[in-house]
Design a protein around this ligand. Structure first.
Ligand SMILES: Cc1cc2nc3c(=O)[nH]c(=O)nc-3n(C[C@H](O)[C@H](O)[C@H](O)COP(=O)(O)O)c2cc1C
Length: 228
């Protein structure tokens, strides 16, 4: 009853709404239209997500790590993607960095719900070079550079005032306009993928799942379709 009233309120009958539902997810991901390698396919989807006005922070990804056999997840920003892998930046003393030191196996999940899409990357994370981290650090806005100095990420903080005091201290040490050096505890990780799965929502829950897995012997990508 409630549903009927709602449909009338929208000026649409149920058949019209069903038709909309059918047309949504019409464009699938198939063995014939997926790119030959998963990085190229990822770049196509990332660009589409970035151009979608509903999606905020298309480059945000959920990074999961495992430490002492227990998983933890948090969002980080993808800053580069090449055939080598996926790069993000963080504090090397943080909980996530300690977990990676314990166990380099990680998962990255891109949740592009507005496009009924999800990408899951599995791989090994390793630190990038100090010089590559420094090059990227130099491109960051001054306030973010000071923030990297000011935050002992993941450590216990007594009060917000303490954080602001720390920021103030480093902003005086490295005034706006000066060259701010990269903190030694800050840098990038490269996630070298072993598996990349593309999920595209389709009608009747008959979603498309295409997974590329790297063959360990040949290093070639092998494509498989999975039940949704
Ligand atoms: C949209 C968004 C983007 C974020 N990007 C980053 C990032 O690029 N690097 C980072 O260290 N933390 C980022 N964070 C904060 C992390 O989610 C997390 O709180 C922090 O890194 C501490 O995680 P840890 O204690 O598990 O190491 C972001 C959070 C959000 C919501």
């Amino acid at each position: 009853m409630g549903e009927k009233n709602l449909n009338e309120g929208l000026g649409l009958d149920r058949a019209a709404i069903n038709a909309m539902r059918r047309s949504y997810g019409e464009e699938g991901l198939s063995e014939s239209n997926v790119a030959a390698d998963p990085i190229s396919q990822f770049q196509i989807w990332l660009k589409a997500a970035a151009e979608n006005s509903v999606i905020v922070e298309a480059n945000a990804m959920v990074l999961s790590t495992v430490s002492d056999a227990a998983p933890t997840s948090r969002t980080v920003l993808l800053k580069d993607v090449t055939q080598e892998g996926f790069t993000f930046f963080t504090n090397y003393n943080s909980r996530k960095a300690n977990a990676i030191a314990d166990n380099p196996n990680v998962s990255l999940l891109f949740p592009w719900y507005a496009m009924e899409r999800q990408v899951i990357v599995l791989g090994k994370a390793e630190r990038i070079s100090e010089s590559d981290s420094a090059s990227y650090f130099a491109t960051r806005p001054w306030s973010s550079q000071i923030g990297a100095w000011a935050s002992s990420q993941s450590e216990k903080l007594e009060s917000r005032a303490e954080l602001e005091k720390s920021w103030e201290k480093f902003s005086l040490q490295y005034p706006e306009g000066s060259v701010v050096p990269k903190p030694p505890h800050w840098g990038g990780f490269l996630v070298q993928p072993t598996s990349i799965e593309f999920w595209q929502g389709r009608y009747s829950r008959l979603h498309d799942r295409l997974r590329f897995t790297r063959d360990s012997a040949s290093a070639n990508w092998v494509l498989q379709r999975l039940y949704p």
